[in-house]
Design a protein around this ligand. Structure first.
Ligand code: DSN
Length: 412
């Protein structure tokens, strides 16, 4: 039977529309990026056809000679990139990676210490609506009055609750998270340490953030954020945890691995090992600092006063007490600026409304934008939000955004 022709399927028209959207609007969501043509090619390859339950050399299906080579090269490249003893490249996502680690290291009901969701932590760090919070007894730490992680508080909570596992890492925290103090606390209370590096994996690979691998028992990350690979997750760990982690991923929590995505992960690891990627990682942080400084000049307050990584949190309350994160997100969407609302520490508004915005520079830096463009973006955000009731201002900002993006098209 012949396959239907691509042109018959309206989905491809929608994909073209999404290319157009990505090419003509600003992508400032801190967890997004533009994957390279090589990563896209591997993701769209015939490897999607293959079942490969198991691991290289130990599969439940025949015909996996090529797949074994691909997955093994992804594992080796991943280990080399992060200096890790062991790598599992099969998790379909960061959430799957974290859940597999919990399954490997914990029993249901065990106590785990993680960063509170409303202070910057992730859903899988113990949110009561997530399996992590349902299956395990999570206790939380947060940020201090300076809006940075308060390591004394982390230690106090750890001493009081004696967790089996401490989870480091965040999704909305603009500062560097040093692994050493968390290792010291874990040692003191006899806990294992998981570092969830989903957001900063590219900054670690590029050498601008410290590598948590020597300090943590296990490190999880996603491959599509600052690392700029395909959408997916990974786990690296110390050798003694290797078998348990592998078993927790397959057969423990996943079935057939997505080998086309694993091929794309291998491609992304090779890209991330180049000197050009180190320059890129440094560029992300330099752009984030420039954008944060320019936003401050526009009258926005930045949580913790700035950023050390790829993202910043804007507290809108000092800019305009009536402006919520939800309204700011919708307004900026209309002006061609894509970002997300986010709670800020101590936010009195709900997570659906919020008083803040999370803004990231990984995608814009991939496009080749620099300090000049960061200043322009801050000015456009300021104009759009100050005059949000005025359609002509939003249309004018939209035109400027289109012109700006036209000079830096990710997918010409
Ligand atoms: N949804 C991701 C983020 O935006 O940070 C985390 O999983």
């Amino acid at each position: 039977m012949p396959w239907p022709q691509i042109r018959d399927d309206p989905v491809f028209g929608r994909i073209e529309a999404e290319v157009e959207r990505q090419n003509t609007t600003l992508q400032l969501i801190a967890s997004e990026n533009f994957a390279s043509p090589a990563v896209l090619a591997a993701t769209g390859s015939v490897l999607t056809n293959k079942y490969a339950e198991g691991y290289p050399g130990r599969r439940y299906y025949g015909g996996n000679q090529v797949i074994d080579e691909v997955e093994e090269s992804a594992r080796v490249r991943c280990r080399e990139l992060f200096g890790a003893e062991w790598a599992n490249v099969q998790p379909h996502s960061g959430a799957n990676a974290n859940m597999a680690v919990y399954q490997a290291l914990l029993k249901p009901g065990d106590t785990v210490l993680g960063m509170a969701l409303d202070q910057g932590g992730h859903l899988t760090h113990g949110s009561p609506v997530n399996a992590s919070g349902i299956l395990y007894n999570f206790v939380a730490y947060g940020v201090g009055p300076d809006e940075r992680i308060d390591f004394d508080e982390v230690r106090d909570v750890a001493l009081a609750h004696r967790p089996r596992l401490i989870v480091a890492g965040a999704t909305a925290y603009p500062r560097l998270i040093p692994p050493e103090p968390l290792r010291a606390i874990a040692e003191e209370v006899g806990a294992l340490l998981l570092f969830d590096a989903a957001h900063v994996a590219g900054l670690i690979a590029g050498g601008v953030h410290p590598d948590p691998v020597p300090h943590a028992d296990v490190v999880t990350f996603t491959t599509h954020k600052t690392l700029r690979g395909p959408r997916g997750g990974c786990i690296v760990c110390k050798e003694p945890h290797a078998r348990t982690i592998d078993r927790a991923v397959f057969p423990g929590s996943q079935g057939g691995p997505l080998e086309h995505v694993i091929a794309a992960k291998a491609v992304a690891f090779a890209e991330a090992a180049t000197p050009a990627f180190a320059d890129y990682a440094a560029g992300i942080v330099a752009n984030a600092k420039a954008l944060a400084a320019a936003l401050a000049q526009e009258g926005f307050r930045l949580v913790s006063g700035g950023t050390d990584n790829h993202l910043m949190l804007v507290d809108l309350r000092s800019f305009d007490t009536d402006l919520t994160g939800a309204e700011a997100q919708t307004t900026l969407d209309r002006a061609g600026i894509t970002l997300n609302k986010n709670t800020v520490p101590g936010d009195e508004r709900s997570p659906f409304v919020t008083s803040g915005l999370r803004i990231g520079t990984a995608a814009a830096t991939t496009q080749g934008m620099g300090h000049e463009e960061m200043a322009q973006i801050a000015s456009l955000i300021g104009q759009a939000l100050r005059r949000r009731g005025d359609d002509s201002t939003l249309a004018q900002v939209r035109d400027e955004v289109r012109a700006l993006c036209g000079r830096f098209k990710p997918y010409p």
